[in-house]
Design a protein around this ligand. Structure first.
Ligand code: OGA
Ligand code: NI
Length: 326
């Protein structure tokens, strides 16, 4: 077990252990319950964005609205982000986590206030039980403010990741327009409500795990931001809570998973619900997932949209700034 105390990153520990070290073991009441599987029926909506900008726009917007209201999560296909950009992003992430330990550790920090940092679990300074995950956190918008901080190894890292996050932002902006319209608001309502937009990204790396029933990649949580667009590789692990049961989100190549975050719940005056989700690990395969977290500016005042407040729907939230919330 000595390794557990000498390695900063899980990726350098996981391959050396035959059992899960004690600091990763969840209490019995809080385990993934892999055998007593509580799988709910159905799957989460898969929405085709091919015709979003054509004559069937209203139909697609309706589908998006329904998904935001009932599930807080949906998948999108024909989203306009080329397959080559997606595959390069997944490959460069894999390549980054395969770099020698000494090279990766150049980006390591356990200080959550740093805008670029490689770390492990969630917050190793405050948490009691650790998560089976390493991650590289990046700020990505405005790109020119942050790109110089990003890792320069693998050599094409900055170029590939910049192209990916610019495309991901384009997709988010289209979704925000559609979601605004689905709420009956002006197309640019959410765009304007955010102040200066912020975009963050995590490159999550979940090593394979000798005892996946004892720990989580990430335990159940809600994303605190506005909206998250998640790219995952072909290894299952993500689950969302639906009607009190955990539903696995099986990977479909070339699709993204869109999750409603807390700020969207507030803007929509609770019409749309942020979704509880978690990531499980498995014993055969490592897994990569890449969430793009889209956020309001820290000083943006977040409040239910006025047009969504009336006698039957009083404001459920007081006004606050995003930084107060955070
Ligand atoms: C996250 C997250 C899910 C996953 O990073 O916030 O929910 O599948 N990730 O890795
Ligand atoms: Ni999340």
């Amino acid at each position: 077990m000595a390794a557990a105390t000498t390695k900063l990153l899980l990726s350098d520990l996981a391959s050396t252990v035959k059992s899960v070290p004690s600091n990763y073991i969840r209490p019995i009441s809080d385990r993934p319950n892999l055998t007593e599987v509580q799988i709910s029926d159905g799957s989460i909506p898969l929405i085709d964005l091919q015709v979003l900008d054509g004559p069937r726009r209203l139909d697609i917007i309706k589908q998006i609205g329904q998904a935001c209201q009932h599930d807080g999560v949906f998948q999108v296909k024909n989203h306009g982000i080329p397959e080559t950009i997606i595959n390069s992003m997944l490959s460069i992430t894999r390549a980054f986590f395969k770099l020698p330990e000494s090279e990766r550790l150049k980006s390591y920090s356990d200080d959550p206030s740093k805008s670029t940092r490689l770390s492990t679990s969630f917050n190793v300074n405050t948490e009691k039980v650790s998560n089976w995950r390493d991650y590289l956190r990046l700020h990505c918008y405005p790109l020119q403010d942050y790109i110089h901080e990003w890792p320069s190894n693998p050599p094409s890292f900055r170029e590939v990741v910049a192209e990916y996050c610019t495309s991901a932002r384009g997709l988010v902006l289209r979704l925000l327009e559609a979601i605004s319209e689905s709420l009956g608001l002006q197309r640019d309502y959410i765009d304007k409500a955010l102040g200066k937009h912020r975009q963050h990204m995590a490159l999550n790396y979940y090593p394979h795990c000798p005892q996946p029933d004892l720990t989580y990649g990430l335990p159940g949580h809600i994303d605190p931001n506005l909206i998250t667009v998640l790219l995952q590789d072909d290894v299952p692990g993500l689950q969302v809570l639906r009607k009190g049961k955990w539903l696995p989100v099986s990977p479909i190549p070339n699709t993204f998973i869109v999750k409603i975050g807390d700020q969207m719940q507030v803007l929509s005056n609770d019409r749309y619900k942020s979704v509880l989700h978690r990531a499980l690990v498995n014993c055969d395969k490592e897994r990569i997932s890449i969430p793009t977290f889209y956020c309001p500016s820290p000083d943006a005042v977040i409040a239910p949209a006025k047009d969504l407040i009336d006698e039957r729907h009083p404001a459920v939230y007081k006004n606050f700034t995003y930084s107060e919330y955070y």
